[in-house]
Unconditional design. Structure first.
Length: 110
């Protein structure tokens, strides 16, 4: 393995250990724990099998290396998650507005 891969795996190991610590201290729920554990396992597998990913990407006809493709996929996923977060935030803002209106109308009636 290359030095960068070892460093990457050490960083992932740190995050996985921290993830288990957060689960133990109930800072995250089971769904969050599962999501992040799967995420970090996939990231570790991508690092370990980077050469195979390079060959696969080349067999598909792309001129970029596997790490470039993984970076592009990561950026797309981040934009998707930001989009989903923005939708959730807008829904929460609408819900808060409705609650505040109801409370204000109730207080006005009193």
């Amino acid at each position: 393995m290359f030095t960068q891969q070892i460093i990457g795996l050490i960083i992932i190991a740190f995050f996985v250990i921290r993830l288990f610590w957060q689960k133990k201290h109930k800072e995250i729920n089971a769904n969050e724990f599962s999501f992040w554990l799967v995420f970090w396992i996939i990231a570790a597998l991508a690092i370990v099998f980077l050469r195979q990913i390079d060959y696969f990407v080349q067999s598909l006809g792309f001129s970029a290396s596997g790490i470039d493709i993984l970076l592009y996929v990561a950026v797309v996923m981040l934009f998707y998650f930001i989009f989903r977060l923005r939708i959730r935030l807008a829904k929460m803002e609408n819900d808060i507005t409705k609650i505040v209106r109801e409370v204000a109308m109730r207080d006005k009636e009193k």
